[in-house]
Write a protein that binds this ligand. Sequence first.
Ligand code: ATP
Ligand code: MG
Length: 406
Amino acid sequence: MASADEPRRTPLPFPRRRLDRRAVDVVRRLQDAGHETYLVGGCVRDLLVGMRPKDFDLATAARPEQVRRLFRRSRIIGRRFRLVHVYVGRNVYEVATFRRDPPGGRGGEPDEVRMIRRDNVFGTAREDALRRDFTVNALFLDPIREEILDWCGGLEDLRRGRLVSIGDPRRRFREDPVRILRLIKFLRRHGFEPGPAEVAAARELAPAVAQAAPPRVVEEVFRLMESGDMAGAWEDLEHLGLVPILLPDLAAWLDRGGDRRRRLLGRLGLLDDWIEEGGRPGYALRLCFLYGCLVEEELDPAARTLPVREFAQVPAVLFNRLQERARLPRHELTRAARILLAQLRLDPPAWLPRRRRRGTAEHLIEQDWFPDALEYLRCRLEADGRDPAPYDEWHERALSLEEGER
Ligand code: ATP
Ligand code: MG
């Protein structure tokens, strides 16, 4: 791997006002206290490609306790590696001490590389850059000197739209197979081109994803759903044989054939459209788009395979199974179950007995998740090529209720 000891420094290629003012204040406070500190990772990449970063992460030479002492509103979190959350106003900034890969984690032949499970050895800024996954994710930004620091050619790769791993991709994917999912995410989200070695390594090592910690893997699936091209990402996952590893229950459902795959891809395509229009679906909605087709089928007593008496239990049973391998926020699972069950009231299926279709509309409309349920209804009708009338009616109802309250 070509990596100089000294980074290449480039003046900030965009106006400083695009940086989050409070994140810059946190960097300044740490630098003023004598600690080398930068903005790092995804936020630098996103700023450079002209996207609005989701969050601003910092890396610093200061130890967690030192960071903690500098900021009254901060706390140390994490066990595997300790980070500091610094709270400014309503924002939270993640401040991590520079780390390097643990001894023995790298070096030697790729086949001897063991998976990195612990990741807790402090290091220098350079080491911290080089332990990262892809060159475009290893750029450091100094908002005070207004420059980008680049140890491994990430800036050039970014300009050319290339996704290149830092070091031999076979070794890096073996160390941490979750990087294969991250590869798909960045290809789909930014439209980068992968290097040929990255593609070959992803094919070869995809089965190793089964050895990664399931909560991390499931989390990456949910991040993939924010990429804006989940329909494309799904096909990548299929090509790599990853669907049964990531989502065994969905894979089993898809194996039952029919038009199930087409329906699922239709839903994922609408999720993509929605993100394209600026939507930011939370976990609950992402769960609905992923599991909606399966849940709808299981709700119908004639098609059901789950051993439940009451249709109302269906989403919870399915989400509990998922949660055995995941660590999704509990309230989001509950919210997703409510949104999916509300569809029965918003757009009753033929199998639902008349007496079960009642319940006051006001009560439903007042729920904080109702706007999501309505939005999901709209997408579902569109994906299934149906008349949008049920959506229009409920939309009207919600509006007139709001009017009445004013
Ligand atoms: P997203 O925009 O989806 O948050 P991200 O690149 O910011 O993507 P994070 O999971 O937020 O990803 O991680 C922040 C940074 O940490 C990454 O940009 C990368 O430098 C580093 N990183 C994250 N996961 C890994 C990994 N599995 N291996 C090596 N470095 C990683
Ligand atoms: Mg990030």
